[in-house]
Design a protein around this ligand. Structure first.
Ligand code: GYE
Length: 329
């Protein structure tokens, strides 16, 4: 009890301290930012630490901020929208120069984004989109085209089963419910495979982008469905969890069940090179340097493109073997 109480007081003091340091006596900066030391302060509200992709993304942002001389305030929302909203409100209270965040889900951001706009603090969306109709609520959105990623996954499957007529039973592990990558990767994939009725998605459920949940849901899929030909997982981590479940069920991942994932982090690429995954659609987490460039421009009041796309490729097992030695994350 005492422990909890003192932890609460301590975190209150920390917030107050940070507010005093950044807000209090600050007169500089037309947008209320703490330009006292000439440094840009960025408040970044991260989704969480749910996957290898996210860890690499966080590292990229932290390293790029340090390299760009940007003072970074960083928070981890543990995949909860309410935590992200709290973090954004605290950045507004601290009068940071710019807020960047990766919205865990697409909807429900208008109120807090309006608060940032009213405080004249520019917002940059990174990695994931919001569905706000009012696009003046943020300056730019940098990240991947998730629909395209889903399409690439579907196109590989269409080619793989070309000329065959038997039904292909597919199970799908979706990302976090309501998130842009889950919505879009599902849509893009579905769009491509619907052209051929032999492709049947027999089960589709969220695995929350984590290894543990991917394993758990795959176990249930395997119990309920005697014939699964293909697994489409919205990220490597869920695919890797599912591989454990498939092996535990006495089946060979990549052979008895073909596996397609998205991300191309090192662990995923290693499984691909070993033939346990058959195809990976790349999604780059290295958004840090571009984000810092955009932040500098936005703080200066320069106009930036509304949408900045990340460049990405795809990998077969052979390509994974070639790329692995240089893979940084
Ligand atoms: O694919 C997944 C992560 O938003 C693109 O989030 C990101 C996704 C990524 O947890 O691994």
């Amino acid at each position: 009890m005492l422990k909890r109480w003192s932890a609460a007081v301590l975190s209150g003091l920390l917030v107050l301290g940070a507010m005093g340091a950044c807000g209090g006596e600050n007169e500089a900066g037309s947008n209320g930012g703490n330009a006292d030391d000439g440094k840009i302060t960025m408040g970044f509200a991260q989704v969480g630490a749910e996957s290898g992709w996210r860890t690499a993304n966080t590292k990229s942002i932290q390293e790029a901020a340090a390299a760009a001389g940007i003072d970074l305030k960083f928070s981890d929302a543990q995949q909860k929208q309410e935590n992200q909203i709290k973090a954004i409100r605290s950045y507004i209270a601290q009068k940071v120069d710019v807020i960047a965040f990766s919205p865990v889900v697409e909807s429900g951001w208008d109120t807090v984004l309006k608060e940032a706009k009213d405080a004249k603090i520019p917002v940059i969306l990174t990695d994931r989109a919001v569905d706000s109709k009012d696009t003046s609520l943020y300056k730019t959105f940098i990240g991947s085209d998730f629909v395209l990623e889903g399409k690439k996954a579907g196109e590989w499957l269409v080619k793989e089963y070309q000329g065959k007529t038997d039904t292909v039973n597919i199970v799908e592990l979706q990302g976090t419910t309501g998130s842009a990558p889950a919505n879009d990767r599902k849509a893009g994939f579905g769009d491509v495979i619907k052209a051929d009725p032999k492709f049947k998605v027999i089960a589709s459920q969220t695995g929350d982008f984590t290894r543990a949940k991917g394993k758990e849901v795959m176990e249930a899929f395997l119990k309920a469905n005697p014939k699964i030909d293909v697994l489409y997982a919205h990220n490597d981590d869920m695919g890797l969890g599912a591989i454990e479940a498939i092996e535990a069920a006495g089946k060979k991942p990549g052979v008895d069940i073909k596996i397609i994932t998205v991300d191309a982090v090192k662990d995923g690429m290693t499984a691909l090179a070993a033939g346990k995954i058959n195809f990976i659609v790349e999604c780059s987490p290295l958004l840090g340097p571009q984000l810092m460039d955009l932040a500098k421009k936005v703080v200066k009041g320069e106009t930036v493109e509304q949408r900045v796309l990340t460049e990405e490729t795809t990998f077969t097992p052979e390509q994974a073997k070639a790329a692995l030695p240089d893979r940084k994350y």
